[in-house]
Design a binder for this molecule. Structure first.
Ligand SMILES: [Zn+2]
Length: 134
């Protein structure tokens, strides 16, 4: 028996979403590998010094170059193209999963899905460490 069209469409959209997440994750890994090949991107002082992207991200959060984002402050959807990821610097391909973060009334910041999740996690960690210190 054939599945109803709506069910097939819903399943297809789910698979497209998963594929976009995989592509975004792959792009993140490629960008991270590129950064590992360029030691001048690396920062010191963290427990993950070998992970240049996370090291640079932590530094940018600590200096305020990137905002400390929290849950519920963004939109996600397929990228229209034309934006680069604020976390890894790699262009976000048209149709890829893209996160858009409002930024103090200025132009919103864009990130790959994997980069956004790392960014949010590191922001939460930094916020938590600042609470403990005060
Ligand atoms: Zn990225």
């Amino acid at each position: 028996m054939l599945k109803p069209t709506r069910e097939i469409l819903t399943a297809s959209l789910t698979y497209v979403g998963r594929a976009e997440m995989t592509v975004a994750g792959t792009r993140y890994l490629v960008a991270r590998s590129r950064r590992r090949l360029r030691p001048d991107f690396a920062m010191s002082g963290g427990s993950f010094d070998d992970d240049a992207v996370v090291g640079v991200l932590r530094e940018r959060l600590a200096t305020g170059e990137l905002p400390l984002i929290a849950s519920g402050e963004c939109w996600a959807g397929p990228a229209a193209g034309g934006h680069s990821c604020v976390v890894c610097g790699v262009a976000i391909g048209q149709g890829a999963a893209e996160y858009e973060v409002p930024h103090d009334g200025a132009r919103p910041l864009h990130a790959h899905a994997a980069c956004f999740f790392t960014w949010r996690l590191e922001a939460q960690r930094l916020r938590g460490s600042r609470k403990q210190a005060s």
